[in-house]
Design a protein around this ligand. Structure first.
Ligand code: ATP
Ligand code: MG
Length: 429
């Protein structure tokens, strides 16, 4: 026997029992987004590498060390498995001119890839639901995106997910703050770790995002960006907060919230829970007004967020609420050649009437097939032997209602009898 192969480290199979939770989540996501007028968009999983370098920034964790990049052996093109969705979404919006003379509210869901150290809540293939908006510059849309999150947690029955908020201002304000930050960290050079020293002159703001406990005190006392914001930026930030307060949504302003991607300006936010250990951020986003132009489009205000599906599904599982195991309405049991052929016709005919049908495949005695029928959770078994097949008939047996007497009938009458019983039992809406 040859050696069996395994999935790539950090890239997981989602088996049926777990996948049922994913489908529950995806159903909730779709109806929630519909409620806010968001429309689906689907981008490729592979994009040109330069897209991510330009969008996310060269001096970021993602671009420096987390991207799955490769050269297409057939044409030499530099390609990357998408580490996030915003860059590809913006590329698509530009390429198809979606934001010209109209606003857009878009969403997508799917795999993302980052070469990180796998651990609970952190994988190399993971999934995001991303929401992006284009063409709206006011604080109203920022607030809408945030309120959407609150509603989703509620829809999903999740408690204890808290909102952290900050404003990154505009590039000029950041430049001024940056200079102050460099001066400050220069004074504390000897306490910086290797990463921080390397970023000191390339991306000092990102030092504030460091997860190294030894840097927490220095970072806490560093110059705060909020003190460098001008009137317009402050007014935008105040506008967002006002709408959140009107809606009764509590939040914490976290001046150290800078986000790991370079493209943000003004509002940034994260939804955080303490129920997932170190990997507590379930949703993160903000405004990125400069990105469309930076990627070659016409200057267009934009903002959005992305949620980590694995982390949210883990929360849903921990909260209890198991999805109901799907059971077919009917299990079709058959033995003999003529019966087997009739069974196919019967199964398709029942499906034509809207019933969910499991057709027994793989042979076996009536007894073992009936066992499977029972185990499937089906309400009815349709039983066909060659005797029945000869007359175009079948036995119909209720599997969950012992008072209902087994009966033989023409196969054309099966659907009616089953549906009548379901209606009587109140199973059908
Ligand atoms: P972190 O600080 O945890 O690395 P990030 O800032 O890199 O997060 P974003 O790029 O903002 O994350 O992605 C949005 C969300 O996607 C995160 O809040 C998280 O829920 C999820 N996410 C990010 N990376 C991973 C991963 N490797 N595995 C699972 N989920 C992830
Ligand atoms: Mg990360």
């Amino acid at each position: 026997m040859s050696q069996s192969l395994q999935a790539v480290r950090g890239m997981n199979d989602i088996l049926p029992e777990e996948a049922a939770f994913w489908e529950l989540f995806e159903d909730a996501i779709r109806s929630w987004l519909k409620g806010y007028g968001y429309r689906p968009i689907r981008m490729p999983i592979v994009e040109p590498t330069p897209l991510f370098k330009r969008a996310i920034g060269e001096v970021t964790d993602i671009v420096e060390k987390e991207m799955y990049s490769f050269i297409d052996g057939l044409n030499g093109e530099a390609l990357t498995l998408r580490p996030e969705g915003t860059a590809g979404c913006v590329r698509a919006v530009i390429e198809h001119n979606l934001a010209a003379r109209q606003t857009q509210r878009l969403y997508y869901m799917g795999q993302m890839f980052r070469h990180e150290r796998p651990q609970k809540g952190r994988y190399r293939q993971f999934h995001q639901v991303g929401v992006e908006t284009f063409g709206m510059s006011g604080p109203d849309i920022d607030a809408e995106l945030i309120l959407m999150g609150a509603r989703l947690w509620d829809d999903l029955g999740l408690e204890g997910i808290e909102l952290q908020l900050n404003s990154l201002g505009q590039p000029a304000e950041r430049a001024e703050h940056r200079a102050a930050l460099i001066a400050y960290f220069e004074q504390h050079q000897e306490h910086l770790d290797e990463d921080a020293r390397r970023r000191l002159y390339t991306n000092p703001l990102r030092i504030l995002d460091s997860k190294n406990p030894a840097l927490q005190d220095i970072c806490a006392a560093a110059p705060k960006l909020i003190d460098y914001l001008g009137d317009e930026s402050l007014a935008h930030f105040a506008g967002v907060q006002q709408i959140l307060r009107d809606a009764g949504l509590p939040f914490t302003i976290n001046p150290r919230l800078v986000r790991g991607l370079d493209y943000y300006n003004l509002t940034v936010f994260e939804w955080v829970t303490d129920k997932l250990g170190a990997q507590g951020t379930v949703c993160a986003g903000g405004r990125y007004d400069g990105l469309v132009e930076q990627l070659g489009g016409k200057s267009t205000p934009a903002c959005g967020f992305a949620m980590g599906v694995e982390r949210l599904v883990a929360l849903i599982r921990d909260a209890g609420g198991a999805p109901t195991e799907p059971a077919p309405d009917v299990y079709v049991v058959h033995q003999g050649e003529a019966a087997g052929r009739l069974a196919f016709r019967v199964a398709e005919g029942l499906r034509d009437q809207g019933l969910d049908v499991l057709l027994h495949c793989g042979g076996g005695s009536f007894k073992s097939q009936m066992k499977k029928a029972d185990g499937s959770g089906a309400g009815f078994a349709v039983i066909i032997g060659d005797d029945e097949a000869a007359t175009g008939e079948a036995q119909l047996k209720a599997l969950r209602d012992s008072a209902w007497e087994q009966r033989k009938m023409n196969v054309d009458a099966l659907a009616g009898a089953i549906i009548d019983h379901m209606v009587d039992a109140g199973e059908e809406e």
